[in-house]
Design a protein around this ligand. Structure first.
Ligand code: SF4
Length: 106
């Protein structure tokens, strides 16, 4: 996708500079806005994305309902938000989780 593109969902990536570094940057944005089980196939592109934390932060902080963001489906994000209604800013929590994962992988 191109970062100035707008998916059919209405989401615009134009204001998100980090999206220029996303693994999905050359994909059609609509690829990430598919229904149901197809989301699990679509999110594979996120596995090695260098801006996964930024992307997921955007979705969680802004309660974005639709599409794949940061390697999570719509349903997965809803579940996470229900479990952690106390979190208003996700970046510190996601950074800490990423650090723990990196340390565990060593
Ligand atoms: S985490 Fe996934 S949806 Fe987000 S920018 Fe990276 S590849 Fe695209």
């Amino acid at each position: 996708m191109t970062v100035s593109a707008t998916a059919s969902s209405g989401v615009s990536y134009g204001a998100m500079a980090w999206a220029e570094r996303g693994s999905c940057r050359d994909m059609d944005p609509d690829t990430l806005f598919v229904p149901g089980a197809a989301q699990h196939r679509a999110k594979r592109v996120c596995a090695s994305c260098p801006v996964r934390v930024e992307c997921l932060t955007e979705a969680l902080d802004n309660r974005l309902e639709f599409g794949i963001w940061g390697g999570m489906t719509e349903r997965e994000r809803r579940s996470l938000l229900r479990r952690r209604p106390d979190v208003e800013s996700w970046r510190p929590l996601l950074d800490a989780t990423a650090l723990r994962s990196a340390a565990a992988a060593r």
